[in-house]
Design a binder for this molecule. Structure first.
Ligand code: G3P
Ligand code: CA
Length: 278
């Protein structure tokens, strides 16, 4: 009973649907976002990559993952060939020919299955806004992950300056205002945006065993949100983030028991593949 009182007393708790609602719908698709909104999330987490013709595409991987992808002829992309189908070497018209919604997912058996393609970032935001207005739902926040990586610059994606410019050009037209968070594991896009547009809310993703201070030293400034892998979060991490004026929102938490115990530690939000658990 005490636990439930503590949970209710967090009106600003940020419920984030990971890749929309990855446990329930094909990831990073428009329908995954709509599902997450139907389930009452405040924020839609999604990933972006760049195509050969410099379009900003919603996709976790900058290749065609064998977990989810069917080729234009309907045959599955195999594990051996997935990384050879490099999205940065394909035009968006060609990326769109791959079905990323029909193949049963090896990890998420509950996912609803239907043909789907990787949407453009602009298209996804437009569809979400239209859906929210039509259904009388609150307009959600977008937590957009820039998938650059120093190890694959120029091969699977542009250099960070160009990557950031392409993403920001799309977002400028969308006028999301306070509904926008940019996140990355790569410090470089965060540093660029912090310098160029300090009003944009930034979230620093980490997946390492380093301390908060070590990670912040690598970033070089305090982001609005620190977003660590959930198993690394302790009461001390939560307190240290709050003492330094940052929110802490761990990823990706997929059981109710784990969500509840992190909420009891005082985290400010949770990113989950299963927004139905919120
Ligand atoms: O938002 C954090 C989470 O999305 C990071 O992991 O690999 O699912 O993008 P990943
Ligand atoms: Ca992500």
């Amino acid at each position: 009973l005490l636990g439930s009182h503590l949970l209710i007393a967090q009106p600003n708790f940020n419920r984030e649907g990971h890749r929309g609602a990855r446990g329930l719908m094909p990831e990073n698709t428009v329908r995954a976002m709509k599902k997450a909104m139907d389930l009452g999330v405040q924020t839609l987490e999604l990933d972006v990559v760049i195509s050969k013709d410099k379009q900003v595409v919603v996709s976790h991987d900058n290749y065609m993952s064998s977990d989810i992808s069917l080729k234009p002829d309907g045959s599955p992309v195999t594990a051996e060939e997935q990384k050879k189908i490099n999205l940065y070497q394909l035009t968006y018209a060609d990326i769109k020919k791959y079905d990323v919604g029909s193949k049963p997912h090896p990890q998420f058996a509950q996912q609803q299955k239907f043909p789907a393609y990787k949407p453009l970032l602009s298209e996804l935001i437009d569809s979400v806004n239209t859906y929210a207005k039509a259904k009388g739902l609150p307009l959600p926040m977008f937590n957009i992950e820039i998938k650059s990586n120093p190890a694959t610059d120029g091969e699977y994606h542009p250099e960070p300056t160009e990557f950031v410019n392409l993403v920001m050009a799309v977002l400028q037209k969308q006028k999301l205002g306070k509904r926008l968070i940019i996140q990355s594991f790569d410090v470089r896009p965060l540093q660029l945006i912090h310098k160029q547009q300090p009003d944009i809310s930034l979230s620093y993703l980490t997946a390492n065993a380093k301390t908060l201070d070590e990670n912040l030293a690598a970033l070089g400034f305090k982001p609005n949100t620190y977003s660590p892998y959930y198993k690394t979060v302790t009461a001390e991490t939560v307190k240290a983030c709050h003492d330094q004026g940052m929110l802490i929102i761990p990823w990706t938490v997929n059981t109710k028991a784990e969500i509840d115990s992190l909420r009891q530690l005082g985290v400010d939000g949770i990113i989950s593949d299963y927004p139905n658990l919120f």
